[in-house]
Design a protein around this ligand. Structure first.
Ligand SMILES: NC(=O)c1ccc[n+]([C@@H]2O[C@H](COP(=O)([O-])OP(=O)(O)OC[C@H]3O[C@@H](n4cnc5c(N)ncnc54)[C@H](OP(=O)(O)O)[C@@H]3O)[C@@H](O)[C@H]2O)c1
Length: 345
């Protein structure tokens, strides 16, 4: 597996590095999503399902027979109907669940509702993210990009696991039946995580003003936190009751996508950005295939800690891969989550 160190430390270098990576044919895909990769009878929880990659992944998975729980912050009825229509001939279905990733109590309320219903999630996909044009403080007192991109996915996975909504022995003692597939967590990260040269845990509560120009390196830092957390979670869930993972945790960078991620770019730059994305970036539909692969492929059953760029296996940065960093980040986030739990109760 190649270890790459790319410069993603400004908007333009990040864009060019992404396009170059996309066009690079020296490292071919190791597998592909096949028609027989079906999701019949399985429930998928997918955040950020109202736009771009998440919306496309919701359609792809429902067309493979999945029941998709579309977790969205807004009332995305139009998108819901389209996902339902896409899945209906293939036995797929969809439901809209509202949650704001910038609000911990909203995530806890979502998991409460899932637990109350007795839901069992087979695949949880953490996809929602934001690139704000400036620093904003959430109701929980953190910078919004850090909270939405890193803290919220960690809390959501934690709660789904602790409450046994994702069946598991490690945290809930309600692991899957021997004849069921291993539950999966899929984390949408980014190669931009390589731009951050340290976790800088001490910056957790620091909120400094930034503009669109500084948003890319900050975004890379939030994705470093996310990927480091995902690696640690995979380590914690690596051993179930048998010799298989209790829950598999795999991550990917979907590559550059013609999505709405740059929605907060200045209005004058929007038409240019849209044209540029349309010409050089992948469609959300294409970008969703590796996400659907990690959710659906039977050929990776039992594999955990995969990190992919599209359909190429890669090693994450040494910082994201370090078990020491993973433990430190885990402990830091556990403190926050326990504190917010007390306030929520
Ligand atoms: N675009 C790229 O080139 C690229 C490259 C590498 C990785 N990625 C990753 O791919 C994933 C999908 O991004 P995308 O490109 O599809 O962007 P997108 O079109 O902007 O979609 C982002 C999704 O996240 C949701 N979201 C944002 N803030 C939220 C909040 N506070 N609570 C709940 N949901 C929230 C959005 O909801 P609304 O519809 O309500 O806004 C939307 O559904 C992200 O993890 C991103 O980091 C993207």
């Amino acid at each position: 597996m190649a270890k790459t160190q790319k410069t993603y430390n400004s908007n333009s270098t990040a864009v060019w590095a992404g396009i170059k990576d996309l066009k690079d044919k020296t490292d071919p895909p190791y597998d592909q999503l096949l028609p027989e990769d079906r999701m019949d009878g399985r429930t998928v929880l997918l955040t950020g399902a109202s736009s771009g990659l998440g919306f496309a992944a919701a359609k792809e998975l429902s067309s493979r027979g999945a029941r998709v729980l579309m977790v969205c912050r807004r009332n995305a009825v139009k998108e819901l109907v389209e996902v339902q229509r896409t899945g209906e001939k293939e036995g797929g279905s969809a439901e809209l669940l509202r949650a704001d990733m910038a609000d911990f109590s909203s995530i806890r309320a979502l998991v409460d509702e899932l637990a109350r219903r007795g839901e069992h999630i087979d695949v949880a996909i953490s996809n929602a993210a934001v690139v704000p044009g400036s620093a904003r403080t959430t109701v929980d007192g953190f910078e919004e990009m850090l909270q939405v991109n890193a803290l919220a996915p960690a809390l959501l996975m934690r709660e789904l696991l602790h409450r046994g909504v994702i069946p598991n022995y490690t945290f809930a003692g309600n692991g899957r039946r021997a004849d069921s597939p291993i539950p999966r967590i899929v984390v949408v990260a980014s190669e931009a995580h390589r731009s951050a040269n340290a976790l800088n845990l001490e910056d957790l509560n620091r909120i400094e003003p930034y503009g669109m120009a500084e948003s890319t390196p900050r975004y890379g830092w939030t994705k470093l936190w996310l990927l480091t957390y995902a690696r640690e979670l995979a380590r914690k869930l690596a051993h179930g009751a048998d010799d298989k993972p209790d829950v598999s945790v795999n991550a990917l960078c979907p590559g550059p996508i013609a999505s709405n991620i740059a929605r907060e770019a200045p209005a004058v730059a929007q038409p240019f950005a849209k044209l540029f994305f349309a010409l050089f970036f992948q469609s959300p539909r294409t970008a969703a295939l590796p996400v659907a692969y990690l959710a659906a492929s039977s050929r990776i059953e039992g594999e955990t800690m995969l990190y992919q760029f599209l359909m190429r296996k890669r090693a994450p940065s040494d910082i994201a891969d370090s078990p020491d960093n993973g433990r430190e980040l885990w402990d830091t986030l556990e403190e926050i989550f326990s504190e917010t739990e007390r306030r929520y109760a």
